[in-house]
Design a protein around this ligand. Structure first.
Ligand code: HEM
Length: 328
């Protein structure tokens, strides 16, 4: 009896030590809210970034759209590891869907501001996530908490973009499959596409819907005729110039995006199809009618987006310049 209890004590201590070690290891490698607290003296890293973003937003509110798209395009390709920021003739940035991505200079400014206080501590991957949250707060009015502790990636290749990012004119079914590959549900996708309540799109991507929908010789019948005429004025058929049109006329993020989809006023094919597809239609209707919880649900979806395939602990690196891998 005595022997048995001794063995039991030893084995339970062993389990305790091992699980504690595993837990500690997991903790070291996991994202957490407030990761930078105390890592930069008394300076508040997130407040420094918020200062940079707010100053830019006052001059140019379109940074909200720029940063939202930047986070999405970063996180879908190699995870949220700032691989989209790397310069070069053969980096992710050079892939066609990324040629119109904006906001790189805001991350440069945020990096310079935090590095002035404590160099080499804050990752570019976290700066994208924090800056996007701050921009969304300025537009949507709700500030979601972000987890931090990401490290910067060591790979940035253009061919990875077409493998993982839904193409510009993707269907809902194809996009659902690509979102599922990243652990996101159709509901997450509908929520995240609420980001299309700000920003712009190039006319070249709308010509099919406006003039020759799927080679039928007529416009997309699911588009409201009033919107069709408006967009045709802005995007004439035979011109070499590639104008831009607003994804939404309202400069602030809100649930009116979903209301417009129910009125057949979605701009991109993916937008309008959300209101028609059996796996997304219900969520669109709920969000169109229950606008009050859109901001918190959108924030939760952004946090989920920001957790895709992150590097933590001793993986990757903390880049000195967000635009280049460190020299080793
Ligand atoms: C199936 C998924 C998606 C597709 C097919 C898609 C497609 C597109 C396309 C084609 C454009 C216009 C690009 C141009 O003309 O240069 C665009 C713009 C934009 N997208 Fe998406 N998108 C998707 C998901 C998302 C997500 C998840 C977010 C953010 C969470 C997002 C945020 C934006 C924003 C803010 C813009 C405007 C950017 C600007 O004004 O610079 N998109 N998207």
């Amino acid at each position: 009896m005595k022997m048995k209890s001794k063995a039991a004590v030893i084995s339970s201590s062993l389990v305790f030590i091992l699980s504690n070690w595993a837990w500690g290891d997991w903790c070291e490698g996991a994202l957490q809210i407030g990761f930078y607290r105390g890592k930069c003296g008394i300076a508040d890293v997130e407040a420094i970034v918020a200062g940079v973003v707010t100053a830019r937003f006052v001059r140019d509110p379109t940074i909200v759209a720029a940063l939202l798209r930047l986070q999405y395009h970063d996180c879908f390709v190699n995870g949220c590891d700032a691989s989209i920021l790397v310069d070069g003739s053969n980096s992710e940035k050079t892939a066609p869907p990324n040629l119109s991505v904006r906001g790189f200079d805001i991350i440069d400014d945020a990096k310079a501001a935090v590095d002035r206080i404590c160099p080499g501590v804050v990752s570019c991957a976290d700066l994208i996530i924090i800056a996007t949250r701050d921009a969304v707060f300025l537009s949507l009015g709700v500030r979601y908490e972000v987890q931090t502790g990401r490290r910067d990636g060591l790979v940035s290749l253009p061919q990875n973009v077409s493998l993982f990012l839904p193409p510009p004119l993707a269907s809902v079914s194809h996009s659902i499959a690509l979102f599922a590959n990243k652990g996101l549900t159709p509901t997450d996708m509908v929520l995240l596409l609420g980001a299309h309540s700000v920003g712009v799109v190039h006319c070249s991507l709308l010509k099919d819907r406006l003039y020759n929908f799927r080679n039928t010789g007529i416009p997309d019948p699911t588009m409201d005729p009033f919107l069709l005429n408006l967009l045709r004025l802005r995007c004439p058929q035979n011109t070499p110039t590639n104008n831009i049109v607003n994804l939404d006329q309202n400069p602030f993020m809100d649930n009116s995006y979903y209301q417009r989809l129910l009125l057949k006023r979605g701009i991109l094919p993916i937008d309008q199809e959300l209101a028609l597809h059996p796996l997304t239609r219900g969520t669109v209707m709920t969000l169109a009618t229950r606008g009050f919880d859109f901001p918190s649900r959108f924030g939760a979806a952004m946090v989920k987006l920001g957790a895709i395939e992150v590097l933590t602990g001793s993986q990757g690196e903390i880049r000195r310049s967000c635009r280049a891998f460190n020299e080793h």
